[in-house]
Design a protein around this ligand. Structure first.
Ligand SMILES: N[C@@H](CCC(=O)N[C@@H](CS)C(=O)NCC(=O)O)C(=O)O
Length: 214
């Protein structure tokens, strides 16, 4: 069985886990924090970032985007990448946006309110929280609102890697007690509510709940 090396509460580990759950590919988690000296983890992730990955054949590498791209090659029956070239480009572009600009905003709040206090004895900086909520998050949600046309999915009429990457970040906002304003961003709210209704999302949140309740 494949192994994801990391902590399920990390947004990038969450993204890799969600892709497995959506594709119904079994995996196990080896709990490894970022920067760990674990030998297998270091071979998989020389930069010390989570998630690292070990395939069921033993190949080691890291990065959530690489893990999902690999998964797609092995498990072709539940595609997360559109076959149409234009939609394919849009999907991996939105994944890139979610992993960079969006996660810069969502991770800032998630760190202040959740990860810092829970794992690093960090006190929440309220000024930073206010700045993130007022300045960083709204432009991201505005951008996503403008990208949603069909309702439940960012690209076409089926779930793609873009949805998984974006929803992973939205889940961080939820954990950080941030509620998306339905009046300002109705399409993002509808997308997220649909995503949360998927079995994969429910399974992911249940796994994370166990970690946060420890
Ligand atoms: N592009 C990477 C980003 C992974 C990443 O930044 N992970 C964070 C945890 S959420 C990390 O390990 N940070 C530690 C560090 O940057 O040294 C991916 O998609 O997997």
């Amino acid at each position: 069985m494949a192994t994801i090396l990391g902590v399920p509460a990390s947004p990038f580990v969450r993204k890799a886990m969600l892709a497995h759950l959506v594709k119904q590919v079994p995996f196990e988690i080896k709990m490894v924090p970022p920067g760990s000296d674990d030998e297998t983890f270091r071979q998989a992730s020389p930069m010390g970032k989570i998630p690292g990955y070990q395939t069921d054949k033993g190949t080691l590498f890291s990065d959530s985007s690489v893990i999902i791209a690999y998964l797609e090659k092995v498990h072709t029956d539940t595609p997360l990448y559109p076959s149409d070239p234009e939609q394919y480009a849009q999907a991996i572009w939105l994944e890139e946006y979610a992993d960079t600009k969006m996660s810069e905003a969502t991770n800032a709040l998630y760190f202040q309110r959740v990860v810092g206090p829970a794992f690093f004895e960090h006190t929440t900086d309220q000024e930073r929280v206010t700045q993130v909520i007022n300045e960083l998050i709204p432009p991201v949600l505005d951008f996503l609102e403008g990208k949603l046309t069909s309702g439940n999915y960012f690209i076409g009429d089926s779930l793609s890697v873009a949805d998984v990457a974006i929803a992973s970040n939205l889940m961080s906002l939820t954990r950080a007690q941030y509620t998306i304003d339905d009046n300002k961003w109705p399409k993002v709210c509808a997308f997220y509510n649909h995503f949360l209704s998927l079995d994969a999302a429910k399974q992911q949140l249940a796994t994370e709940d166990k970690i946060f309740s420890r």
